[in-house]
Design a protein around this ligand. Structure first.
Ligand code: SR1
Ligand code: MG
Length: 410
């Protein structure tokens, strides 16, 4: 429900608002504001102080509906609280890897945070084949620290249960339940897909074994309060430079399965991998960049696993730390969940409501279909074969094998 003092701000009102917040700008500062949001859900304003200071901030305001659809899709404003509280926790667990929060206003569902105008949205960089040498290390550490340190592995179970309550996020979870695990697997009205791949999508709708496995992954998403996950960790939720990485937008955060976050980031690297069958027609350039993406997938997991084991040594509760073989079993289950969730996340971006610019920016629909078929083939096998994975190279080998089968290299 929208509270009575909530109102949607325009650019001028946003300037007037920030002037009243102590410590942001001086009284006479000349401020320019522009709404720059291009995401699915919120308003995002950037305010820049004119003159030599060049100081700037971001003001993010949740709308009481999903921006991408309009007022017919009402949406909780509590997501702004979830986002600001998750950012503050993540900033404690891994300082410097998320934007700083300067102010949160519950009434207006608004958060003021660090401006990252020197960084770009990772997805945009990947489409133009940019390389980010520090990214795998940064995101591997982010994942290990946010996931392990928020879980029962590293904190008292009573304290953790209170955090589960703090991060109850039913409306945002429902979006994921529908858009990731349900709608893409039948002829739902919300689906949108390229008519050139309808034959393959119909096969997926009739693939009982696949749908059974997706149902098991959905059940785990609904019921496993394993760690405080970001909940929407795609490459549009990452802003970076060659040296620095910031994870943004944790409004889907809740206590869920760790593999959902790791799978999300790997899935989005793999969607980009598929998209270069359409974007990068020079064979050598394409193969080199695709190798870079698979190396990145492997490095993310390797860094994650190393950091997870280090944290385990330092922080694991005695009841887990003392059990021989437990950590290896835990990480194996996590790898298999990661494969499964990566598969679901790939398929939903091809069949479901919300697509990715990596694929959507391929204007020739027949060429795009080639990429989408590859993404659907990889997605299906990641779900179906997840329990055979023993190490991260099993995932990347699977991708290479499927590409050889699906895309004839000349
Ligand atoms: C209506 S929201 C659609 C999608 O955008 C977000 O980024 C989430 O991925 C969600 O599923
Ligand atoms: Mg987002």
């Amino acid at each position: 429900m929208v509270n009575s003092s909530y109102r949607v701000l325009n650019e001028l009102e946003t300037i007037q608002y920030v002037r009243k917040i102590p410590g942001l700008f001086s009284e006479n500062a000349q401020l320019v504001c522009k709404e720059i949001g291009d995401g699915n859900l919120n308003l995002v304003f950037r305010i820049i102080e004119q003159g030599s200071s060049g100081k700037s901030i971001i003001i993010k305001q949740a709308l009481p509906y999903a921006r991408v659809v309009g007022e017919s899709w009402p949406l909780t404003l509590d997501r702004a609280r979830i986002e600001s509280e998750a950012l503050m926790i993540q900033n404690i667990l891994c300082p410097g890897l998320v934007p700083k929060v300067y102010h949160y206003d519950r009434e207006l569902a608004l958060t003021i945070m660090e401006d990252l105008s020197t960084h770009i949205i990772m997805r945009k960089g990947l489409i133009t084949r940019k390389r980010y040498p520090q990214f795998a290390k940064h995101i591997g550490i982010f994942l290990a620290r946010t996931l392990l340190l928020s879980s029962d592995l590293a904190q008292d179970s009573q304290i953790k249960k209170l955090k589960v309550i703090q991060f109850i996020n039913p409306e945002m979870c429902k979006i994921t339940e529908n858009l990731v695990f349900t709608d893409p697997y039948y002829d739902a009205k919300t689906n949108q897909f390229n008519p050139f791949i309808k034959d393959l999508i119909k096969e997926i709708w009739g693939h009982d074994e696949l749908i059974l496995e997706i149902t098991k992954l959905k059940e785990k998403f609904l019921t496993q309060a394993q760690a405080l996950i970001h909940g929407d960790l795609h490459t549009g939720s990452i802003m970076l430079t060659e040296k620095d990485t910031k994870v943004i937008d944790p409004e889907f955060s809740f206590y869920g399965p760790m593999g959902f976050d790791i799978g999300a980031i790997l899935a989005n690297l793999l969607l980009n991998y598929c998209s270069h069958e359409g974007h990068t027609l020079d064979r050598d350039d394409r193969l080199q960049y695709q190798d870079y993406l698979l190396d990145t997938v492997e490095e993310i997991w390797t860094v994650f696993e190393e950091e997870f084991k280090t944290l385990w040594q330092e922080k694991a509760m005695e009841c887990y730390a003392s059990k021989q073989g437990y950590i290896d079993d835990y990480l194996l289950r996590l790898l298999q969940d990661t494969c499964g969730y990566a598969g679901c996340k790939m398929m939903r971006r091809v069949i479901g409501l919300a697509h990715v610019p990596d694929l959507e920016s391929i204007e020739d629909h027949k060429l795009r279909a080639k990429c989408e078929r590859l993404a659907l083939a990889i997605g299906q096998q990641l779900v179906l074969k997840r329990e055979t994975a023993r190490k991260i190279s099993d995932l990347t080998s699977l991708v290479r094998t499927i590409k050889r089968q699906e895309v004839e290299e000349d």
